[in-house]
Design a protein around this ligand. Structure first.
Ligand code: FE2
Ligand code: FE2
Length: 205
């Protein structure tokens, strides 16, 4: 079978749906590489900063890595702005949706809300922005983690002179994360908080 024969889903057979499922599983195996390609495409977006969106993403991940953060944090830092390409008005939610089945809930939440937290750094300079938009999340178990995510890795990563690691360095980590079993409770670890920094790990990197 090269393609199914139906033109309306309701007419499909068991064999056809099994055939499509096999195709879909094969497709999902290449998610990591598609994301890395998309990340390189970020380079074309949002000029005006001293570094590109790709540079910002790689720098955020490099800082996370050098802080001794675990793989969930590093990959989340790398992909936190990937939504800029297609979802400029909710880029944080877009990135979180991509990460959600494959990283700790804590990381997904921080990526999902980082847009609100980042406003602390620039909201007071612009009309119609709430500098303290993060306050609506006050009391959430991951509030402090997102504040730290933004302070250490996101708002700090616009420096053209910072020695970034190359994107190739992070590619195996992205592949490892997206090769995980989706929504595995052992990965999602609901409610658990892993530190963003680990001095002992950082010293060995
Ligand atoms: Fe962002
Ligand atoms: Fe960012």
């Amino acid at each position: 079978m090269k393609t199914v024969s139906f033109t309306q889903m309701k007419d499909g057979t068991k064999e056809e749906y099994e055939f499509l499922t096999a195709h879909e599983i094969d497709h999902t195996k290449h998610t990591a590489d598609r994301l890395l390609t998309a990340l390189v495409d970020l380079d074309k977006s949002l000029s005006g900063y001293k570094i590109t969106r790709l540079g910002h993403s790689v720098q955020s991940a490099t800082r996370a890595w050098r802080d001794g953060a675990d793989i969930d944090w590093v990959v989340s830092a790398l992909l936190h702005d990937i939504g800029d390409i297609y979802a400029p008005y909710n880029h944080d939610e877009y990135a979180a949706t991509i990460l959600k089945p494959f990283v700790r809930e804590q990381c997904t939440w921080c990526v999902q809300t980082h847009g609100d937290f980042q406003m602390l750094y620039y909201g007071h300079h612009l009309d119609g922005f709430d500098q303290h938009k993060r306050e609506r999340h006050r009391g959430h178990p991951y509030f402090d983690d997102c504040a730290e995510f933004c302070e250490r890795w996101d708002q700090a990563s616009f420096d053209p002179d910072y020695p970034d690691l190359p994107i190739e360095f992070f590619a195996p980590m992205v592949r490892e994360v997206f090769d995980r079993k989706p929504y595995d409770p052992a990965v999602i670890r609901r409610g658990e908080r892993a530190p963003l920094t680990d001095a002992a790990v950082a010293a060995g990197r």
